[in-house]
Design a protein around this ligand. Structure first.
Ligand code: SF4
Length: 375
């Protein structure tokens, strides 16, 4: 049944992939999400991260239409967002958004699970079965192959939005989506974890996926996805060099000290990072390694130790550095970032001048808008 209301999607660059996925999910329910650059018509939907959110708050509060807000920030702070939006979608939207739009059309009935409105909040009671939804249809996006992450890194909103159980699209479904592209790139918290529980590698399934995609130029473990350092082994690198076209591999180190990594609950050691960098080098792959400076519990010694590791990493690869943002809904929400020492800033600046470092270790927002320079 076609929707009797005109439903819009507020165009936001960061949320393009969410638009693609939710356009496809709504289409299955007979609802078209029209793209718009301002709130209008009957309903306008938003997906907001915590950096974008302040830019759209007044627009949503002043909108003359019904507003629905989802995404990482809405999932982390539903009550706050419900104070200015009509409806808040918590968690995954594929099932919840069409159900909510139908409920608004009908004008009565219970809110679907995972929706807040005013003071009423219905808890999330489901997780999306990924193969039941296309990653995109008319609105093209990057192919999301896996969702959910069993790790609980203290600064990360991903488990808050998608949960700790890793789920995967089928190989057939991925191959069908890839037919729209010559170059294929993926969205996943850890590309090498495809087909696994996210903790125990299933490289046989990774190989089956890569084999099924032959005929495309495959970019595996590069932006917008990445991998974890302890998953980088001779065997996993052989798969990448055999089947994929990328000459770089993107992974997170975040800190050069085991003390900070433990506090972050990263689930790997500083030595794992160096080992991964060396393995990459041996296989002719350039490692691109993420670091975050400014954790509240980081000491001067931790910052210097991280720089020591960065010097090692940049012998063979490059780094992408961020300044810590205490995101809502994470264990580090509400904490105060510490300053990056002036001589650490100076060293990072020099590395940037020599093409070995990108990112921003002073201005947190740039990290969200400038992630694709290392592809
Ligand atoms: S940073 Fe990566 S590994 Fe850690 S919880 Fe987030 S998605 Fe998972």
């Amino acid at each position: 049944m076609r929707s009797s209301m005109k439903v819009n999607w507020r165009s936001i660059k960061w949320a393009r992939n969410s638009y693609a996925a939710l356009y496809a999910a709504c289409e299955q329910s007979g609802i078209t999400l029209h793209e718009t650059d301002h709130p209008s018509d009957d309903i306008t939907c938003y997906s907001l991260n915590s950096v974008d959110e302040p830019h759209y708050r007044d627009e949503i509060a002043d909108a003359d239409c019904i507003t629905i807000v989802g995404g990482p920030h809405a999932s982390a702070c539903p009550a706050e967002v419900a104070s200015y939006a009509d409806y808040v979608v918590v968690g995954e939207g594929e099932f919840t958004l069409p159900a909510l739009i139908r409920r608004i059309e009908q004008g009565d009935g219970e809110l679907p699970s995972g929706v807040c409105s005013g003071a009423v909040c219905r808890p999330v009671t489901h997780q999306v079965f990924l193969p039941a939804y296309l990653p995109f249809t008319r609105v093209k996006g990057t192919i999301e192959i896996s969702r959910g992450c069993p790790y609980r890194c203290a600064y990360c909103q991903t488990p808050c939005l998608f949960g700790n159980r890793m789920r995967h699209r089928t190989i057939d479904g991925i191959v069908r989506a890839a037919e729209h592209y010559r170059d294929v790139r993926f969205v996943t918290p850890n590309a090498l974890a495809y087909g696994s529980d996210g903790v125990h590698p299933r490289l046989d399934r990774v190989e089956a996926l890569l084999r099924a995609l032959q005929g495309h130029r495959i970019f595996f473990g590069t932006f917008p996805s990445e991998v974890r350092p302890e998953w980088i082994t001779d065997a996993s690198l052989e798969l990448i060099t055999t089947y994929a076209s990328n000459t770089k591999l993107h992974f997170g180190a975040q800190s050069g000290t085991d003390r900070v990594l433990r506090l972050l609950k990263r689930g790997h050691t500083a030595e794992d990072v160096i080992h991964a960098v060396e393995r990459c080098h041996d296989h002719g792959i350039t490692p691109i390694v993420d670091y975050i400076f400014g954790f509240p519990f980081e000491t001067d010694e931790d910052q210097y130790a991280t720089i020591d590791q960065i010097r090692e990493v940049t012998r063979y690869g490059k780094i992408h550095a961020h300044y810590f943002t205490p995101l809502p809904g994470t264990p580090l929400a509400g904490t105060t970032p510490r300053d990056v020492l002036p001589d650490i800033q100076h060293i990072l600046g020099n590395l940037a001048l020599h093409g070995k470092a990108t990112g921003s270790w002073i201005e947190a927002e740039i990290r969200f808008f400038n992630r694709n320079e290392n592809q």
